[in-house]
Design a protein around this ligand. Structure first.
Ligand code: CP
Ligand code: NVA
Length: 303
């Protein structure tokens, strides 16, 4: 297993399956009342340069739920905001904590922290990837659908950090992925090419959301303007207007399909309230599963 979790690319299918299966087991054990204490005496540092509800709280709950402790640092509270070099921050934090969980802008920030850190660095979202989120989404799909390899997964909207991590997941886990993105808002070309080269089933990029959801078992949607793109919000509302996941689009998908949204959702933009609140939407199970997958990640990377 790689020392750091920076994207899904560095891991084998077996390693990723292990994390998901372990999270499912930890979830079952917790439901039966088991108390986990395998990280007693361990501490993680959460360094977040962007807002977060789910990822922060689920990592904190996961660490406390394994008997460990958490130190949370927002960007404005650290010397990073005053331009302390990342390589210094990494070496100092390594002396205090057993892992760093980092949410930031550029992927190069987590890459550099990892290069200088003697403890694991875990990517809790960058502009390029959101790997821990996709693992909890895969866990949710396995709970709802069972075997992944026979599935067709659709991605509707922006070719953003989530889309990039979905592409890597498709290459690793072996499901079919079809992405419908507007022109100019495609996922990262290098990630797409590398994942396609390793994939056993097609990873397809098209424009038409209706075509993408036809025959899909899973429909994925995310905000049209990600954190850091707030000034593009109005322009993106126009560009993405035909990509809304609404009842008309869902009617073109199989009845037994499920809808995933990593949240936060902008109801009335990328998804309607009707679809988000429907029985087909599993967004709140996804949100819960973030805590279980984070337990599996922390246990594996810190142990
Ligand atoms: N899905 C997710 O990462 O949510 P937060 O931004 O609230 O952490
Ligand atoms: N693509 C979104 C995901 C939020 C969890 C963002 O980066 O803001």
């Amino acid at each position: 297993m790689a020392k750091h979790l920076l994207s899904l690319e560095e891991f084998s299918k077996e390693e990723l399956h292990y994390l998901v299966e372990r999270a499912l087991m930890l979830k079952r054990e917790r439901a039966k009342g088991s108390v986990h204490r395998q990280l007693t005496g361990r501490t993680i540092g959460l360094i977040f340069e962007k807002p977060s509800t789910r990822t922060r709280v689920s990592f904190e709950a996961a660490m406390y739920g394994l008997g460990g402790q958490v130190i949370f640092l927002s960007a404005r509270d650290t010397q990073l905001a005053r331009s302390e070099p990342l390589k210094d921050m990494a070496r100092v934090m390594s002396r205090y904590v057993d892992a760093m969980v980092v949410r930031t802008f550029g992927q190069e920030v987590v890459d550099e922290l990892a290069a200088y850190s003697s403890v694991p660095v875990i990517n809790a979202l960058t502009d390029l990837h959101h790997p821990c989120q996709i693992l909890s989404d895969i866990m949710t799909i396995m709970e709802k659908k069972g075997d992944l390899e026979s599935l067709k997964v659709a991605w509707i909207g922006d070719g953003n950090n989530m889309a990039n991590s979905w592409i890597q997941a498709a290459g690793k886990f072996g499901f079919e992925l079809i992405l419908a993105c507007p022109e100019g808002y495609e996922p990262d070309a290098g990630i797409l090419a590398r994942s396609r080269a390793a994939a056993v089933r097609p990873i397809t990029l098209i424009r038409d959301p209706g075509q993408a959801v036809a025959g899909a078992d899973v429909i994925n949607v995310d905000v049209w303007a990600s954190m850091g793109q707030e000034e593009e919000q109005a322009e993106r509302l126009n560009i993405f207007s035909s990509y809304q996941v609404n009842a008309a689009l869902i009617a073109r998908a199989p009845e037994e399909s499920i809808v995933l949204h990593c949240l936060p959702a902008h109801r009335g933009e990328e998804i309607t309230d009707e679809v988000l609140e429907s029985a087909q939407c599993v967004a709140f199970d996804q949100a819960e599963n973030k805590m279980h997958i984070h337990k599996a990640i922390l246990e594996k990377f810190i142990a």
